[in-house]
Design a protein around this ligand. Structure first.
Ligand code: FAD
Ligand code: SIN
Length: 530
């Protein structure tokens, strides 16, 4: 696949320029944590394409995993993470991240994060794949919002951080193999601005919007990963997309996530006949790993010819459930479902991107001067599958590490900003319906590169995406929706290609034509470079 080097043609000598020491792109947990750390060393520009508070982080429900509860240990958390990763985690990375977990959480507590407590002690719950109750939560099922509130207050109070909202990062500025900043559109305006930064940290999150069914908000279009690819960074583990088993499935409702913690508290999965089916698929039943539960649901939907299966909480004390999961109770009430009496229709949807821009333990990418942290980075922490609630932890740890490493290595003297010129596709966007093209792409990936994959579907996906790319990537769009479409097409092609290449099943990647995990041939990572 040939991808143009940039979304728009540019010549930096003709653009307005904003100068900073460090540029952080994205304001989820990873970006805000990176900015706070980097601000100890220099001026930070934190830019984000929507409001400061908008991110995947904001919607996180279940919580953050940390080995802090009585009887828990770093070793146990490490072993659970390695087990979920199906042979593709880097043990040293996993041990390092989990050792950093307690200090990162203690810091949040010191900064005022209000995690839930019972009788004054922090309350921990259990989720699938964790052998202990180690999930710290806030506001019941509003953990992400609590973390965002805490970090936003801290960012706003840090004078060294300048925040630019509604600012879209189009591309990375790379000269002689080194990242010198980014090309951004402020408030959707063209021509864009050039950000002149000695160090750039990508924290742009995941790409759930590639799929028709997703738990992710509209911002999750993989922009940072696509920009890094265009700039020549190495990407890794692109075939691993995690599907969450339980998203609310009612006509007219957005695909709201129903936290795994609900099953952790005893909820049961039933099909339309009322049968509890999970024990037939896995000894851990409803608390089996996510990929197993998602596949079981897809199978049960096929067997029963029903569009969904159902989550049953009716045997649990209704008042307690409403207190523990207030957002879920409210959502169900809106759609006329009483969680004390009724079953909740659910289906799986795309949730988390395991792969990303290849990074080392300090968040360094293959391009000097460019770092990545959080969901857009691929650090071999999750391996082939992510354990629930390990992602907020990843964002906190890698955000802090990338911010510190980048900040500590700022050049002593500012260097002149070099002229950079790139010619991109100049085609006219007239006649292109962005919404229609996006919907076609999202349906295709859901059908062919979703929970289950096989050779024919993947080959079809590649052919179609290549055909669409032939005209859609040659065009210069003048608005974020067009740039997002181009980024999703680029990533959809990379994911389909990687999924086709890996002829085995491992973690989140399930090939119905190669259902067995094949360590001999495939216990390795697939990396990609433009
Ligand atoms: P994000 O939080 O997604 O932030 C990305 C930021 O980048 C956003 O501010 C976005 O606006 C910005 N951005 C993107 N593109 C551009 C661009 N082109 N230019 C400028 N800015 C850009 N994980 C857990 O560990 N526990 C949970 O309980 C949990 N629950 C979840 C529930 C839901 C519904 C979802 C969707 C995810 C959940 N996850 C959970 C996963 C977790 O929330 C994310 O993986 C994590 O928050 C990602 O953090 P991040 O900082 O890397 O990215
Ligand atoms: C959930 O609450 O089930 C989501 C947790 C996660 O994605 O880590």
């Amino acid at each position: 696949m040939s991808t143009p080097r940039a979304l728009l043609s540019f010549d930096t000598s003709r653009l307005d320029r904003i100068e900073t020491d460090l540029c952080v792109i994205g304001s989820g947990v990873a970006g805000m944590r990176a900015a706070l750390e980097a601000a100890r060393h220099g001026r930070v520009l934190l830019l984000t394409k929507a409001a400061l508070v908008e991110s995947n982080t904001r919607y996180a429900q279940g919580g953050v995993a940390v080995p802090m509860s009585r009887g828990d240990s770093v070793r146990s958390h490490v072993e659970d993470t390695l087990q979920a990763g199906h042979g593709l985690c880097d043990r040293r990375i996993v041990e390092g991240v989990i050792r950093d977990a307690v200090p990162r959480i203690e810091e949040l507590l010191e900064w005022g994060a209000r995690f839930d407590r019972v009788a004054g002690r922090l309350d921990f719950t259990r989720e699938g794949g964790h052998s202990r109750a180690r999930i710290l939560h806030a506001g019941g099922d509003a953990t992400g919002q609590a973390i965002v509130d805490c970090l936003v207050d801290r960012v706003r109070a840090t004078s060294n951080i300048q925040v630019l909202e509604n600012t879209f990062c189009l591309d990375l500025l790379v000269r002689h193999g080194e990242c010198r900043g980014a090309l951004v559109s402020i408030g959707g305006k063209i021509p864009p601005h050039a950000i002149d930064a000695s160090r750039t940290i990508l924290a742009t999150g995941g790409l759930g919007q590639l799929y028709r069914e997703t738990t992710n908000p509209a911002i999750a279009t993989g922009d940072g990963i696509a920009a890094a690819w265009r700039a020549g960074a190495v990407l890794e583990d692109m075939e691993f997309v995690q599907f969450h088993p339980t998203t609310f499935y009612v006509a007219g409702a957005s695909r709201a996530l129903i936290s795994e913690a609900v099953r952790g508290e005893g909820a049961i999965l039933r099909d339309k006949t009322g049968k509890r089916f999970m024990p037939e698929y896995h000894p851990m039943a409803e608390l089996a790993p996510r990929d197993v539960v998602s596949r079981a649901i897809v199978r049960q939907i096929q067997i029963t010819h029903d569009p969904s299966v159902y989550l049953d909480l009716t045997h649990l004390p209704a008042r307690q459930v409403r207190e523990r999961f207030p957002r879920l109770a409210e959502l169900c009430r809106t759609f006329g479902i009483d969680i004390g009496k009724d079953l909740i229709p659910i289906r799986p949807s795309a949730h988390y991107f395991v792969g990303g821009v290849k990074i080392d333990a300090n968040g360094r990418t293959s391009i000097p001067g460019l770092y990545a942290a959080g969901e857009c980075g691929g650090a071999r922490f999750h391996g082939a599958n992510r354990l629930g609630s390990n992602s907020l932890l990843e964002g906190l740890v890698f955000g802090a590490r990338a911010g510190a490493h980048a900040g500590e290595r700022l050049p002593k003297k500012r260097r002149d900003f070099p002229r950079m010129r790139i010619e991109a596709g100049e085609g006219d966007a007239l006649g292109i319906n962005i919404v229609d093209a996006s919907n076609s792409l999202r349906s295709l990936t859901w059908r062919s590169v979703g929970v289950e994959r096989e050779e024919r579907g993947l080959a079809d996906a590649i052919t179609r995406i290549d055909f669409w790319s032939g005209y859609l990537l040659r065009v210069s769009f003048g608005e974020p929706a067009g740039w997002e479409l181009q980024n999703l097409l680029t990533l959809g092609r990379l994911i389909s290609g990687a999924a086709r290449r890996r002829r085995e099943s491992r973690g989140t990647h399930f090939r119905s034509d190669f259902p067995i995990m094949d360590d001999g041939r495939w216990k390795r990572h697939l990396t990609w470079k433009r």
